[in-house]
Design a protein around this ligand. Structure first.
Ligand code: 5GP
Ligand code: ZN
Length: 113
């Protein structure tokens, strides 16, 4: 098995604050929130980054985003929110297990810098 922080969170060997789960997906609160709502939505399958996603992962990638929208609705983010996937070093990725950030609850700046 890959030595991966998010795989350990999904397996429950590292604790997390669960927001949502289903057969394909696990979502939990970011430990260092950058907005009043900051949730990480991850596939249970270990995919190192978006750059490592294969054609067989297309449905899972779509599912992550509809789950993000469901969570945003559930958290009352009617005024809007942002979903982000950081990829690789220049993209700011620090955990090598593909994840969608859901950020909301404040006005977010653009460009992100
Ligand atoms: P990235 O920088 O790879 O796009 O995002 C990784 C995210 O994982 C960061 O926002 C960081 O705060 C979060 N994170 C890192 N370690 C942990 C942890 O142990 N638990 C939780 N809940 N979030 C973590
Ligand atoms: Zn992993």
């Amino acid at each position: 098995m890959v030595d991966c922080l998010f795989c350990k969170i999904i397996a429950g060997t590292i604790p997390s604050s669960k927001v949502y789960e289903d057969e394909q997906t696990y979502a939990f609160a970011d430990i260092n929130p950058q907005a009043p709502t900051h949730v990480l939505i991850v596939p249970r399958k270990h995919i190192a980054s978006l750059d490592h996603a294969a054609p067989e992962d297309i449905a899972a990638l779509g599912h992550l985003h509809t789950v993000a929208a469901d969570i945003a609705r559930g958290q009352g983010l009617a005024n809007g929110y942002r979903t982000v996937i950081n990829t690789g070093e220049d993209g700011g990725q620090t955990v090598d297990h593909l994840h969608v950030h859901l950020l909301g609850g404040r006005s977010l700046h653009w460009p992100p810098g």
